[in-house]
Each structure stands twice: as C-alpha cells, then as structure tokens.
Design a protein around this ligand. Structure first.
Ligand SMILES: Nc1ncnc2c1ncn2[C@@H]1O[C@H](COP(=O)(O)OP(=O)(O)OP(=O)(O)O)[C@@H](O)[C@H]1O
Ligand SMILES: [Mg+2]
Length: 357
C-alpha cells in the first residue's frame, strides 16, 4: 500500500496533510503517531476511502484506491468513535461482516466466539451495545474488525477507553493476531509507548507531515530532528551555537558559555543555532568511564529520587533546572545529594545536535 505525494485539504485552503509519501509492506504493522490535529485520522480515512486525497494517489496492490469499491477492499476498521449497530446484539454485530462475506452458520458462530474470547467478552454476546460500558464497546468494535480476518486493518486509537491492564493485554493480543494471520495493520495512536511496543515501524506525524519513519529502536536512538527527539521518550535539551565540526563531532557552546561535544545531526556549519538532546540514561557522572579529552560540564544536584532499580536525579545544567539523569542502582553507583556540585559528560555519539526550532 502506497501513499504517493498525497495532500489533503478540507476547506480548499489549508493543507492538513502536506506531502505524504509512505509505502507499507504486506504484513507490516505500521503506526502513525503524533499530537492531536496532526492529520493521522485524515490519512486513515483516505486509506479507508471515506475521504479523497486533494492531490496525489493512494495505491492498494498497485491500484489507485478510488477504483475499488469500499466493500471489495477487505479492510477491517476500528475508528475513534467505534460505532456498533445499536439494534443488533454483540454477537450479531460480530456475525455481520461474516454474513456479508457469505460465511456459513457454524463457521460464523465459531469465529464470533473466538473473537469474543479474544477481547475477553465471551459472556456478552446477547447484550446490545447500549448495555455495555465504553471500554466494552471498544473491545467489541475491535473484535468486529478482526473477525473476518481481513488482509488490512485500520485502527484509530482502538484502546483509548481501556484501563492500563486491559490495554496492555489488548496491545499484546492485537500484535500477536496481526502477525499470526499476516494482517497488514495501520494503527493510529498518540501514546508513544503503545507505538514503540507494538509496531514494526512508526511514522511520527506533526503538522501534516511525517517527521520520521523508522523502527522503534531507531526512532528512540536516532531522532532526526528536535520534534521527534522531544516527542519520543524522555530527553534533556540544551540550547547553544555550533563552534566547529571536526571528524564528525560538533563542538557546541551552550548559552551559558560552557562547551560540549555532540553528534551533528541537523546542523551543518559553525554559527548554526542548535538544540542538543541527550537521554537521561546516557549521561555519565563517573568521568573515569569517559575518554580523557571528553568535555565535562558542571551540574548542581537539585533532587535525588530512589526508584529501586534506578536512581533518578534532577540537575541544574547550563540554566536548565529540569535536566534529568537516570543511573542504575549498582554497588559502584553513588547516591547524589541535593546541593552537591558534580561534573557530567557523555559520549559525543549519545548527544545529538539538532535543529533549534
Ligand atoms: N471533516 C473535517 N472537516 C474539516 N476539517 C477537518 C475535518 N476532519 C479533520 N479536520 C482538520 O484536519 C486536521 C487534522 O485532523 P485529524 O483528525 O486528521 O487529526 P488527528 O491527528 O487524527 O488528531 P487526534 O489525535 O486529535 O485524533 C485538524 O486540524 C482538523 O481540525
Ligand atoms: Mg484522530
């Protein structure tokens, strides 16, 4: 499935999808992740055929999607407002997509029961949607999208109404099922943990554009711009100006005058303003573990929190009071005290010099 230079405007003026190029492989689990209003649902609606692209093409198996009538697309869908048929029971709701596809009665019953069990709703087949809670309705909507084992499933925040435990169970069930049945899945969420744990690849959306498209580990380890770095996972950021770039290492002068090493990712030359970003777990407080010529900078300990497996320490670094470091609870790891002054550093590769937007 391919989005080829797709743009979308609802009012003929503003583009809510600006230039979307995306190719989704057969059997792939791809997640669209991004803040509210970034265009995720719009993209899903175009895939489903409920909205048309203003420019560009969407191809399914090489065919422009507009030429395929919706009922022939074999797409299972769960939308943000999971509308079930109110006049049908839960079991009838699930049997419906099977009836449309002429599945015989006994096979139908078997599949309906299996789908109900999957969402832990086995006892609710005889109820009507109005007699269910929001989260239960959402689970039924999910079961209905998967019951006919479609080749392609589109899911728009399908787990939003569920509590944490059930959500984690369903995340596992959905990915297991999708992989076992070889279903191609396009999944929309604004929950980054969900995106990282479930997906083969994640497309990070902002403002109608894909900011980065990558497998979860790459997204976390190698954010390509400051939006992605700040949107995915916890991150420390400092502002500065590039002094020089030599041998793939940028020397950055922070706004308080201190100098650090960073990997130049989204900066090109001396004088460029930059936002440098570093993960809390990559900050080193023990300089013996760094190379002798690493640049160290000064930090004041503001808060120390014992969290069992890790220590979480909040520092003041170059005027930033929210600089957080995580250190493993290990015999050789010192517990820091508020008010203490220390030096911190990192490997240049762990600190990324990004655009200063
Ligand atoms: N039917 C519509 N008519 C006009 N504008 C719309 C319509 N649907 C969405 N929009 C606008 O398009 C933009 C993208 O909306 P979209 O629903 O795709 O965002 P989203 O990423 O799914 O957000 P959320 O996480 O809140 O669901 C928004 O600015 C929204 O107001
Ligand atoms: Mg949406």
């Amino acid at each position: 499935m391919v989005f080829d230079r797709v743009q979308k405007s609802y009012d003929g003026e503003t583009l809510v999808v600006k230039d979307l190029n995306l190719s989704i492989g057969r059997g792939e689990f791809l997640t669209m992740l991004g803040p509210s209003g970034s265009g995720k649902t719009t993209c899903l609606m175009m895939l489903a055929g409920f909205e048309t692209a203003t420019h560009g093409d969407i191809l399914l198996d090489g065919q422009p999607i507009n030429n395929i009538p919706p009922h022939k697309r074999g797409i299972g869908m769960v939308f943000q407002n999971y509308a079930l048929f109110p006049h049908m029971t839960v079991a009838e709701n699930l049997a419906f997509p099977l009836e449309v596809r002429k599945v015989g009665k006994s096979e139908r019953e078997e599949k309906v029961n299996r789908a109900l069990d999957m969402v832990q709703m086995g006892a609710f087949g005889g109820r009507r949607p109005a007699q269910l809670s929001g989260g239960q309705q959402q689970r039924i909507a999910l079961a209905r999208a998967l019951v006919f084992e479609p080749e392609l499933v589109l899911m728009d925040e399908p787990l939003g109404a569920l509590d944490k435990q059930l959500r984690e169970h369903m995340q596992f069930e959905i990915t297991r099922l999708a992989h076992n049945l070889g279903i191609t899945t396009v999944y929309v969420t604004h929950d980054q943990t969900e995106a990282l744990t479930m997906s083969d690849r994640v497309a990070v959306f902002n403002d109608g554009r894909i900011q980065q498209l990558a497998p979860p580990d790459e997204l976390y380890e190698q954010p390509q711009n400051s939006f992605v770095a700040q949107f995915i996972g916890e991150n420390n950021t400092l502002m500065g100006t590039v002094k020089e770039i030599t041998n793939g290492v940028a020397l950055v002068e922070l706004d308080d005058g201190e100098v650090i090493d960073a990997k130049p990712v989204n900066v090109s030359k001396p004088g460029d303003r930059t936002l440098v970003s570093i993960r809390p777990e990559r900050v080193e407080i023990n300089k013996d573990r760094l190379s002798p010529d690493a640049h160290l900078i000064h930090a004041e300990v503001l808060e120390f929190i014992y969290m069992g497996d890790i220590y979480r320490t909040r520092l003041r670094v170059a005027g930033n009071d929210e600089f957080v470091i995580k250190t493993r609870n290990a015999p050789d790891q010192r517990r820091l005290k508020p008010g203490e002054h220390i030096e911190i550093g990192w490997l240049p590769d762990d600190c990324r010099a990004l655009d200063a937007r």
